[in-house]
Ligand binder design. Structure first.
Ligand SMILES: NC(=O)c1ccc[n+]([C@@H]2O[C@H](COP(=O)([O-])OP(=O)(O)OC[C@H]3O[C@@H](n4cnc5c(N)ncnc54)[C@H](OP(=O)(O)O)[C@@H]3O)[C@@H](O)[C@H]2O)c1
Length: 310
């Protein structure tokens, strides 16, 4: 029998504001058949994690405490379960799961990880999967391809950062991104034409895209989704990551699909080729997860926030 030991995690003993995230000692997980255990070096922080923490996300409402948030990670494999053939102890990997990454160790199925390229820093690897795969799913659903003009709302955030670059890689002729003026140079550096959000957004977009917008991704909210409907003829080429009820009312298809190691591997390859760049907004030590959540919940900023774990 494997000896039990304990690890540090930022866990919730109740739902609530950021300071319910508390440094907690919990039993370290053990890799079962088909699984690997990863000693985490960095874990991304996503708006999803804030929904877990506050209890607003339906997925966590019936779970028992403690709950450890964290949806994406990077680290070093330190334990291999029976039947795992493609990885070994010591491999540097990045991957995804639903919860559990704000901790020293995570156990996942071996089909939820890929090898981390040597040139990818831990902070970027830890914050790579969630927004990367979200952008991949959304742009695939939109059918983004050769010659398209694509509008990305909330383009400076984690999801937008990936979406702009992936749309370009997949052949979009023009990518327009909405952001606060302070982030306009950032959007330009990623290859997008920046436009400020707020009143008269539709007019501003028309000015920079006189031939029209082919597809739109909303990661901002109802105003952005309504503007997308005015700008894009075919509702099948609009998706939202935020305003699901409104999308249903407006006849916009829901986003479906799953994350996979194959999608992650494709994105990692693009990173290795220098086609995707990720700006780290902030890196906080694990025990400062509450500060990371406060920052995400400000609703503004560019790039990714991650936690680092010694
Ligand atoms: N896998 C995924 O990535 C995924 C999956 C499901 C849902 N989502 C949802 O997608 C949204 C974005 O996620 P994220 O990880 O990119 O968040 P994030 O990194 O926190 O970025 C949020 C961005 O929203 C921008 N913003 C704020 N108000 C805006 C407005 N009125 N119009 C346009 N942009 C505005 C901010 O830009 P400024 O600083 O320029 O204001 C900021 O860059 C979140 O609601 C998240 O829950 C994401």
């Amino acid at each position: 029998m494997t000896e039990k030991y304990f690890m540090r995690a930022m866990a919730l003993a109740s739902f609530g504001p950021p300071d319910v995230l508390q440094l907690t000692e919990i039993e370290a997980p053990q890799a079962g058949p088909g699984e690997v255990r990863v000693r985490i070096k960095a874990a991304g922080v996503l708006p999803f994690d804030c929904g877990v923490r506050s209890g607003s996300h339906p997925l966590v409402q019936k779970l028992g405490f403690p709950i450890v948030p964290g949806n994406e990670f990077a680290g070093i494999i330190d334990q291999i379960g029976d039947g795992v053939k493609d990885f070994s102890v010591g491999n540097e990997v990045l991957g995804f799961t639903v919860l559990q990454c704000y901790a020293e160790f995570v156990v996942v199925s071996a089909d939820q990880i890929v090898i981390k390229p040597k040139n990818m820093p831990w902070e970027i690897a830890g914050g790579f999967s969630g927004n990367g795969q979200g952008a991949h799913l959304a742009l695939k659903a939109l059918g983004v391809g050769q010659g398209d003009t694509v509008l990305i709302h909330a383009a400076a955030g984690g999801l937008g950062t990936f979406s702009i670059q992936l749309a370009k890689v997949w052949g979009a002729k023009t990518v327009i991104g909405t952001a606060n003026e302070a982030n306009h140079d950032y959007l330009r550096s990623l290859g997008a034409i920046p436009v400020s959000y707020g009143e008269e957004l539709v007019d501003r977009v028309r000015k920079v895209a006189p031939e029209g917008v082919d597809a739109a991704l909303d990661a901002a909210g109802p105003d952005a989704l309504r503007a997308s409907v005015e700008l894009v003829k075919d509702k099948d080429r609009i998706r939202t990551m935020v305003s699901f009820e409104l999308a249903n009312e407006l006849g916009i298809p829901a986003l479906s699909g799953n994350r996979s190691a194959a999608k992650l591997a494709e994105l990692v390859e693009l990173y290795s080729q220098g086609k995707i760049h990720i700006h780290i907004r902030d890196a906080f030590p694990l025990q400062q997860a509450a500060a990371a959540h406060q920052k995400i919940e400000s609703g503004h900023g560019r790039g990714k926030i991650v936690l680092t774990i010694d």
